[in-house]
Write a protein that binds this ligand. Sequence first.
Ligand code: NAG
Ligand code: NAG
Ligand code: NAG
Ligand code: NAG
Ligand code: NAG
Ligand code: NAG
Ligand code: NAG
Ligand code: NAG
Length: 512
Amino acid sequence: MTNSVFRVSSMYFVVVLSVSCSASVYGILRFASYYGDHMVLQKSPERAVLWGYGPEDAHVFLLLIGPTNQKASPVNVTKGIWRVTIDPVEAGGPYTVIVATENSTATLTDVLFGDVWLCGGQSNMYFNMSQIFNASEELAIAAKFPHVRTFMAGLIESKTELTDLTKVELPWAVPTEGLSGQESVAPFSAVCWLFGRYMYKYLNYPIGLVESCWGGTPVEVWSSSRALKHCGLEEPEDGPKGNSMLWNAMIHPLLNMTIKGAIWYQGEANTYYHTDEYNCSFPAMIDDWRMAFHQGSGGQTAPDFPFGFVQLSTDRKGSADDGFPDIRWHQTADIGYVPNGRMKRTFMAVALDLPDETSPYSTIHPRDKQDVAYRLTLGARAVAYYEKHVPFLGPFPQQILSAATYVNITYDQNVSVTPSKVIFEICCSGTQDPCGPTSKWVQAPIVQWGPTTVQLSAQLCPVTDVVAALRYAWRDWPCDFKACPIYSASGILPAPPFLINHYPGEDNIWIN
Ligand SMILES: *[C@@H]1O[C@H](CO)[C@@H](O)[C@H](O)[C@H]1NC(C)=O
Ligand SMILES: *[C@@H]1O[C@H](CO)[C@@H](O)[C@H](O)[C@H]1NC(C)=O
Ligand SMILES: *[C@@H]1O[C@H](CO)[C@@H](O)[C@H](O)[C@H]1NC(C)=O
Ligand SMILES: *[C@@H]1O[C@H](CO)[C@@H](O)[C@H](O)[C@H]1NC(C)=O
Ligand SMILES: *[C@@H]1O[C@H](CO)[C@@H](O)[C@H](O)[C@H]1NC(C)=O
Ligand SMILES: *[C@@H]1O[C@H](CO)[C@@H](O)[C@H](O)[C@H]1NC(C)=O
Ligand SMILES: *[C@@H]1O[C@H](CO)[C@@H](O)[C@H](O)[C@H]1NC(C)=O
Ligand SMILES: *[C@@H]1O[C@H](CO)[C@@H](O)[C@H](O)[C@H]1NC(C)=O
């Protein structure tokens, strides 16, 4: 323990004294499953919530001992549960947290205060550090980040909302030197860990990472019945991973913990399941999580906490339309970029330019998670931490102009253009028809370009037709690794895919 122990009130010594003479009595005073030694609790201005179990009606005292000390007002155990919301604590540590009743105590040691991020989704979030490119180098430096701490929820399903996690896969751990570091980081989510490590370099204070994800899962299993009902998806589903099953077992128990934000990598399982509804189900899940975490933490977790996600990468090269383009679009609520009016305080890492044709874990699991995590951190800096002037959005059309033989796109920023890849397409329709089942999509090659503009040829449309829609990168696997045609001027941020309709009779300038 640190020197600070000697600075605390005499109350502390009373507590310690009583432990020694009643060690085996009332073993039931304890913390909930996800509190543990080495954990990170949410720093100020939010207040961390701690809760656990104790003998009915006992008074529970909580002490925080470390760089600053705190004695919380006693609370009573009700229905077997106590709960304390501590005063805000600045980033740092280490702290010892002690809870005590008249005759027993429970202690957490080496606790840090920092930002707590929840990491959810399916297999690409579950994808661990030992599976990525450069895994051995990445693991070797993990120990340099002892203030980035990890915790992983166990894989459990439930038909009812659970109060606590019934299984912990990896308790809170420090990525220290040697084997132990490898033990805690190697099996941990690569996107989550790398995000935390990059954010630590930026923020310079502790980061707590809570991984709660499961491979092969559609968004419906992570959604409460409230969120599903909002989208007309509440009818019961058969099978083990039915509606709300993982919301119940792996998210609901975490609601009472104060968190800074969440990141998410999911959607592959919805490319063939409730695909058309994803533009409702995904934004609705985000709204519902925000409301529920805010309520569960007694107002500590922000009601609009930042939510970052990875737009789907790639699976099948040569596949024309297999649900990937639709889910990518629906991930943005059909706007094309986030944040937007429907999805406030969200940020997105575009990943369609990071395919991995030789992934030993199948192509749906690309091994470059470094770029994915890095792009997430750009969004987090801008959206979650309000950093000004940090570029985090790839180029998006600000104006589209169609003439008889060409289409001009003006982007919202300077672009870096490589015309070799043909992935713009135009929808050719009869002059009175919107783009529909009888229309034809044809390639629209890049003819020329300027700092913010790209001109496409519309010559492949029959002369009797008009251009009724324009789409970009609208296929599962649109380009080779980091070789899409349109990036930000810096070359770092790929343009996200889009599909924009132009109704017949409208002006030839399409304003977004
Ligand atoms: C421990 O405290 C409880 C009340 O919280 C009391 O009922 C019980 O008798 C105490 N046991 C001992 C051994 O002091
Ligand atoms: C706890 O219970 C005691 C009676 O045992 C009561 O006087 C006190 O007000 C209760 N405290 C809270 C915070 O409910
Ligand atoms: C990482 O995931 C792979 C595939 O699921 C698994 O075989 C491996 O054991 C995991 N690595 C660690 C260190 O847990
Ligand atoms: C969601 O997508 C479907 C299918 O593309 C579409 O019919 C529907 O209008 C969209 N709904 C919203 C709210 O954007
Ligand atoms: C957690 O929060 C929920 C929602 O506010 C509440 O119903 C539940 O009682 C809380 N659980 C604990 C252990 O405080
Ligand atoms: C792996 O390491 C090499 C050599 O340092 C580097 O060029 C490459 O970009 C790294 N790959 C990833 C995905 O970070
Ligand atoms: C379309 O773009 C080309 C190339 O930049 C430009 O010469 C032309 O004037 C543009 N058309 C219109 C109507 O602005
Ligand atoms: C965009 O490009 C133009 C022309 O190359 C340049 O003058 C301008 O400074 C660039 N703008 C930004 C924001 O980089």
